[in-house]
Design a protein around this ligand. Structure first.
Ligand code: SF4
Length: 747
């Protein structure tokens, strides 16, 4: 591998090969660390501020490493690098822009492929089946289905939904996407043309595979299950790899937890049962197809009976569960934590146990049926689908058997909760079981299996002096000694942008009359916020992004600001201005962001996913307003569990006779959920939110933080240490003036 300084240095190969390349010392140092990690089997934790150019800093060493290893050893499986990013957007940007630039301008020959999760690919078989009965669709869906067909027969189509020019709606896509439960794989007549299997085969030949967190963690989970149950791991999508780069690594704990979770979703189960007995859109029911070739006629009949019985059991269990939720304080909205079995009447658990039994019996019979008809050519396809559905139903039975075990050994390992999905005819209760921490799983299933891993993101630390402990604890890296870190410690490379000149951060003065936000009674606060946000919008010189801490904050502000556009449905402007008002929930996220980018004077209001996922360079974004510190909701099942653990710890510490009162106070403050979770979590979120504003060296703008606790309270001051530039405190009424002066000065 060549020395990275000869590639990234001021006179290096990138300067000579790429016109728009600018030397950045942080990028050069980051590339050196990545190369060291690959070469010496180390891990690296790298915080790279916006504008460092972190994708080149890991892509170039990956390509150099691929070239060197291929010529020396020629074994893809041992040397392949997987690069996992947070979103499909980032994956595409890496693959289409950065990789292609490095290959065309720098002559890299590494074989790079992009692999997404199965559900992103079109299933040719399902598309053809639906095409044959297209007259049953509504006109818009029929047109869309035909357009998709025209597009995919063109050369080079990837079959990826987000690459299609035709924007397929969710309902239609769910009938034509590749689906593990409905894919007979080897016996599918279209396997040779299949988009998903072709992409998988390409990945197997590649030196570098670009994918996303979802696929990475689902792969880790499948490997885990394969090891535990001594299975073959035939469902693995990613090829073997020993080197890994995780970009956008700040979110790995939450992303990984989803894949180690178990759940029971009656609507999902109903969908599987429907495929068995009534078929899906355009596809024939599976059981009759298999029954035709089965030499055990009683078995399909027994299965049909069991399905009817299971449906009855599901309905009864659902009714009792939803009814018991309805009688709870706080109603049925959001995720409702289940702390102990006693949270629900005994009848709920009894009925769920019956569903579990029904699922287990049905799955057993379905597997039996698939085995009995295994060699029959005419029904090969249907038999494989029956087998896949049986496995899925078996997994639901397993989740249902684990759910009530909360009072047994290790009760803190999982967070159990229930959420309600509102259906057209009735509400459905979905039960979830998410691991409290995935640290151990990540260590065993991912970290221990790798030779090197580079973790990188623009925001991993929570203080001015680069405190990575919160993120490292959440990700299982605190105290992990198996792989030393390149550079000895986590490293932070600050952004090369001139924040002092280009960004004005405004906070509300601690001694001002601004009320503090208080749970339950924040009307006065909401009124000042609405007034201040409006005055800021009026002076902004471009788009304004308002980042809210909850949906309730969002709707309150929409109500205070929105004026319907006459004659236009679902279209609003900000009152007293001509600016378009866009808000989360009005349209899908991608559509909202596109509209925000196009209308450079618009105002966009968003909650959680907008804090980190919006990348708007230039004047389309000139101001970010954050009304409230984004603490995690205390009713969130994770925080409820954290609180429960903290209470137990408090009792333990208070009972310890060897400690003085002041030692006890200090331990309890240090270990309190507020200091250990809420403050670092909110600090990372604030850094993400503020980071939306300046995306290029030319960007300028204002960040207005309206929560006076940032100035009034100690933790607020601590949070400010993580800001990219020092904040200026003013009265809420003076914010618009201060912003206007900044815009005036910046021209
Ligand atoms: S192999 Fe599976 S995903 Fe591919 S076309 Fe056939 S059924 Fe669809």
């Amino acid at each position: 591998m060549r020395d990275m300084r000869s590639i990234f240095g001021p006179e290096g190969l990138l300067s000579k090969g790429i016109d728009c390349f600018t030397y950045r010392s942080g990028q050069e140092q980051m590339a050196c660390l990545v190369s060291q990690a690959f070469g010496q089997d180390l891990f690296a934790i790298i915080e790279a501020g916006t504008g460092i150019g972190k994708s080149f800093a890991y892509l170039v060493p990956s390509m150099e490493y691929a070239g060197q290893s291929r010529s020396r050893l020629g074994d893809h499986d041992k040397l392949r690098t997987v690069i996992a990013t947070g979103t499909l957007n980032l994956m595409t940007q890496l693959y289409d822009k950065d990789v292609s630039l490095l290959q065309t301008r720098m002559g890299y020959t590494a074989n790079v492929s992009m692999l997404c999760g199965r559900g992103n690919y079109l299933c040719i078989r399902r598309w053809k089946e639906l095409f044959d009965v297209r007259d049953t669709l509504n006109p818009a869906q029929k047109r869309s289905l035909e357009k998709v067909g025209d597009e995919v027969v063109r050369d080079g189509a990837s079959g990826l939904r987000f690459r299609l020019e035709e924007k397929v709606g969710d309902a239609l896509w769910s009938s034509i996407r590749a689906d593990k439960d409905l894919c007979p794989a080897g016996s599918c007549p279209y396997i040779d043309e299949c988009f998903f299997y072709k992409a998988k085969a390409e990945a197997k030949k590649a030196d570098i595979v670009i994918t996303n967190h979802s696929l990475l963690f689902s792969d880790a989970r499948i490997k885990h299950d394969a090891r535990e149950n001594k299975e073959s791991g035939a469902d693995l999508v990613l090829p073997s790899f020993r080197h890994l780069v995780i970009d956008e690594a700040h979110g790995i704990q939450d992303n990984a937890a989803r894949f180690y979770a178990m759940s029971y979703d009656p609507l999902l189960l109903e969908g599987l049962l429907r495929h068995l007995v009534t078929g899906g859109k355009g596809s024939a029911p599976l059981i009759p197809q298999v029954a035709d070739v089965c030499d055990q006629p009683r078995l399909p009949m027994r299965i049909s009976r069991s399905i009817n019985e299971l449906r009855e059991l599901m309905l009864t269990a659902n009714e009792t569960l939803v009814a018991s939720l309805g009688s709870r304080e706080g109603g049925v909205e959001g995720e409702i934590p289940i702390a102990r079995k006693g949270d629900f009447p005994e009848a709920v658990w009894k009925n769920l146990a019956k569903v579990e039994e029904g699922c287990a019996d049905l799955a057993g019979d379905l597997h039996h049926l698939a085995k009995a008809c295994g060699g029959v050519k005419q029904a090969e396809d249907a038999v494989a689908q029956v087998d896949a559905i049986a496995t899925h139903i078996q997994e639901m039975a397993a989740s249902l058997s684990e759910l009530p075990k909360m009072d047994e050994a290790n009760p803190d390992a999982f967070i159990r909760s229930v959420r309600v999905r509102h259906g057209q005819r009735q509400d459905w209760a979905v039960l979830d079981m998410v691991p409290f921490s995935v640290a151990e799983q990540l260590r065993e299933d991912l970290y221990d299996q790798m030779r090197s891993i580079v973790f990188t993101s623009a925001t991993l630390s929570t203080g001015s002096s680069g405190d990575f402990s919160y993120w490292m604890r959440q990700s299982g890296l605190l105290g992990y000694r198996k792989h030393p870190l390149a550079g000895g410690n986590p490293v932070s490379f600050p952004s090369p942008f001139d924040f002092e000149r280009n960004m004005l951060i405004l906070t509300v003065r601690g001694d001002s009359s601004m009320p503090n936000w208080q749970a339950g009674s924040h009307q006065a606060y909401d009124e000042v916020v609405a007034q201040t946000v409006l005055s800021l919008i009026k002076v902004a010189k471009g788009g304004v992004l308002v980042l809210l801490a909850s949906y309730s904050d969002l709707y309150t502000l929409v109500k205070a600001l929105a004026v319907a556009q006459p004659g236009e449905k679902e279209s609003y402007r900000v009152r007293e201005t001509e600016r378009t008002l866009l808000f989360q929930g009005q349209a899908p996220r991608g559509k909202l962001t596109k509209a925000f980018l196009e209308d450079t004077d618009s105002v966009l209001l968003g909650t959680h996913s907008f804090w980190e996922g919006v990348d708007v360079p230039g004047s389309a974004l000139s101001m970010v307003v954050i009304p409230r510190i984004p603490f995690r909701n205390v009713r969130d099942p994770f925080m409820v569990k954290v609180d429960e653990l903290a209470h137990r710890r408090e009792a333990e510490v208070n009972a310890d006779k060897t400690l003085t009162d002041s030692q006890k106070r200090s331990i309890l403050w240090r270990e309190s959920p507020f200091s250990c979770y809420q403050v670092p979590y909110a600090t990372l979120m604030l850094r993400q939110g503020i980071g939306r504003l300046i995306r290029t060296s030319e960007d300028r703008g204002v960040v207005a933080l309206l929560d006076a606790r940032l100035e009034r309270l100690g933790y607020g001051k601590t949070m400010q240490k993580a800001f990219p530039t020092k904040a200026k405190a003013v009265d809420a009424e003076e914010m618009a003036q201060a912003a206007s002066r900044f815009f005036g000065a910046s021209g």
